[in-house]
Design a protein around this ligand. Sequence first.
Ligand code: 13P
Length: 240
Amino acid sequence: MRAPLVIGNWKMNGSLASNIELAKAVAASNLSDNVQVAVCPPMLHVSAVAEQIKGTKVGLGTQTLSEHDNGAYTGEISANMLTEMGVSYVLCGHSERRALFGETDKQVADKVKAALAAGLTPVLCVGETDAEREAGETLAVIERQIRAVLDLQDVFPATVVAYEPVWAIGTGKTATAEQAQAVHLFIRTLVGSETQILYGGSVKATNAGELFAMADIDGGLIGGAALDATSFAAICNAVR
Ligand code: 13P
C-alpha cells in the first residue's frame, strides 16, 4: 500500500528568520497520522530548519543536489553532504532547474543515481509545457523524462515521481483531477504499483481534496501554498 506523501517546496523564498518560523509552525501543526510530510527549504536554511523539525513527523528535503560525489564543482552540494545534515528527500529535475539552469534528462538521471547511492529518496519531477500539451505531446514528454532513469538499477519504488505540468506551476491554473489522474495512470504503467506519484502545480487547500481523491494521485508537491503553515497543513490533511 502506498503511503500518502505531501512535500513543500519553498523554492528561493523567505529569510532565515521567516523560514525558522515557518518550520516551527509546520512542525506544530496538527498533521494526520496518515500522511508523510516533508519540507524543502533553501539549501542555506537546511540546518536551521532541521533544528525546528527534529523529533517531529516532518521530514527534511532539498530542492536539488549535485550528480557528482566530490571535487572541483564550485557552488555544488553532494548527496553525502545532504545525508550528513539529516536530509531524506531531494527534488531531481524540477522544471525550474530544467528550464532555467539547463538540466538535461541525462543529468537528472545522474542526480537520481547519486541520491539513491547515498540513501536519499529522490523525487523525480516530470511535466510538459503548455506548448507540448497543445501539440499533443504530453505523454511522450513524460515517457522520455522517466525512461531516462529506467535503465538505472532499482530506481522504483525507491524514487518518488512528481508530475508537475509546467503550465500549472505558479500560475493558479491546475490540471483538473481527471487530467492529472490520466497522466498519473500513464506514469504508473512505467514505474509500477508501489511507487508514490505526487501531483504538483497550483495545489491549494481548496483543490487538494479533489486531486488526492484520484486513484493514482498519492499526494502533492506544493509550492506557493507551502509558504503558509495553515494552508500547507490543510493540504497535508486532505490526503485520502
Ligand atoms: P505552485 O504550487 O506554486 O504552483 O508550485 C508547484 C511547484 O513547482 C512545486 O515544486
